[in-house]
Design a protein around this ligand. Sequence first.
Ligand code: BG6
Length: 491
Amino acid sequence: MVSKVIPVEPFDLVVFGATGDLAQRKILPALFRRFCAGQIPHGTRIIGAARSGFSTAAYRSQLAQRLDRDISLNNADPDALAQFLQLVSYVPLDGSSESGWSDLHDQLSVAESGRVQVYYFSVGPALFGPLAERLHSYGLTNAATRIVVEKPFGHDLASARALNRTLASHFDEGQIYRIDHYLGKETVQNLMAVRFGNMLFEPLWNSQYVDHIQITVAETVGVRGREAYYERSGAMRDMMQNHLMQLLCLIAMEPPAKFDPDAVRDEKLKVIRALDPVEPYHIVRGQYAPTHPAAGDDDDYRQTVGDQRTSTESYVALKAHISNWRWAGTPFYLRTGKRLAARSSVINVLFKDAPHSIFGEEAGRHANHLKIRLQPNEGITLSVTIKEPGPGGMRLMDVPLDMSFADALGTKGGNPADAYERLIMDVVRGNQTLFMRGDEVEAAWGWIDPIIADWQARGDVPKPYESGSTGPGDADLLLRRDQREWRGINP
Ligand code: BG6
């Protein structure tokens, strides 16, 4: 499969927080890979900015060590690294004071007018306002300026609104790129291709034919290394408010008239606004706990975060209803958790039984099932009912029509573009389709906030579940009460 590279003009990209984990692990490697793919033209300038007093030479050599691994992973030309590093420079700068800003100004002032300038805020939200303000006061913005902001975008509706207001006082909405990296995943975009590129599914995509939908994002990792952040956040804020909500929107939204930013985001927003408040008994919270006293590293949430009384959830499952014509009566079951049995993000669409079986009771009841595997082992499986082969009457069985994207697209063994590669180049090209709009983020918080407020009011304590399991037993009850069951979480 030949990857198609859409050329861009030379641009400037400043990464604030350039020595931080996200910049080193995701943003700069993504830029390097795009450079290797021939998408980043010479003349582009990538400027790392952070408080540490590095020289450009020291920053480049630190980066070289980090990117060396990428060279072998991507079979990149070793000379490419030296060429890429020539585009990179470093400015010591403090986002919350005046220190370093004149230097950044000097570096950028030689830009030709109209050149795309991307400022990537890879810093905590407390710095978004100060950075935006200084970019303006130092004359570092023009009509082609774009800012990229990372999650968490707020902690609740009030803080998200405040952030939106702060950013809006310096930038137009069209200049603000709020990242949810799930939207940059190849297979997440494939959800839209599958739904709106085929005639096959869309006529059945409603409550008349779909019994229910399950969205699972299971992880094997725990929270080690991110304890402080996670304790303030929990699974609801860390995953449900953003990644699972985005998946829900893409699976449930009406077809947009065009694949353009506002058409897509308008439809997603309508889904969030049509969500009913969730009943407290339709939510299960969990916290991973050791399987036995001598458990392994990071098997015990409370021990990992160093608080034996913490009530932060590392798992959440809930049943959601969308009150609109398409989905009234079809429940959506969403679950996500850490330290589960497998790493797997899957959407299962369970269709209803055929209304009448012409084959009689002994043939059994069979329903179609579409499984969309987002990661790993990306692909789609549609279960179809056929006759069991051989003599012995008309017995039915389900067989999978299975398509692995790696097999079908001939990408087996290759490294598909990382979400950050795609999203960063979308920013450079000025395409906001895969970024969250301010009203979307606020609507998502508006749905989540009452749930968290209710937990706090009731002093709710998450149910323990064994590390390496499929989550708390109560999550199974959530479906069993509806005579349904979760599909396995194995990929
Ligand atoms: C991040 C969350 O946004 O997404 C993490 O903060 C989570 O807690 C991660 O582990 C999952 O992303 P992915 O791409 O590994 O599925």
